[in-house]
Write a protein that binds this ligand. Sequence first.
Ligand SMILES: CC(C)(COP(=O)(O)OP(=O)(O)OC[C@H]1O[C@@H](n2cnc3c(N)ncnc32)[C@H](O)[C@@H]1OP(=O)(O)O)[C@@H](O)C(=O)NCCC(=O)NCCS
Length: 130
Amino acid sequence: MALELVDAGLQRPGGEYRFLVAEHAGQVLGYACHGAAPMTDGVHDLYWIAVAPEAHGRGIGRALMDAVEQAVRGSGGRMLLIETASKPSYEDTRGFYERAGYSELARIRDYYCVGDDKVIYGKRLARVQA
Ligand SMILES: CC(C)(COP(=O)(O)OP(=O)(O)OC[C@H]1O[C@@H](n2cnc3c(N)ncnc32)[C@H](O)[C@@H]1OP(=O)(O)O)[C@@H](O)C(=O)NCCC(=O)NCCS
């Protein structure tokens, strides 16, 4: 899924998927993909965020989140939504979102499979005055 997003973004530069890349000394350490939600006034989705496992815990994920929020605000966005899974292997990821100020807005039980819910996190962002 993460690679499919990158492929889709490369095939359609300027399309709905926006990418931010964390890089150090010529090495990619992580990326985030986001985009405006169709038919909304200023709602954006974070489609994916990932940091190289060997670089976890160094603030790169937070820096990417901050950069996404800044980009969303800069394009007139007012809310960022994130969908994730409830299964135990995603506990660290949910902890990361909560630490970044995101709260659970909705949950669809047994969405991915029985016992694994879709959890929607969100945060309202202050709009940048024109
Ligand atoms: C989630 C992920 C992007 C976090 O990236 P990271 O670079 O390790 O995170 P950071 O080092 O920037 O941590 C930022 C903050 O989150 C906190 N945090 C990180 N993991 C946490 C956890 N398991 N529980 C609670 N807080 C956590 C850190 O303590 C830090 O807080 P602070 O700045 O207030 O001290 C990374 O773990 C990852 O790539 N996971 C696998 C991919 C994935 O699950 N993507 C989401 C798909 S839905």
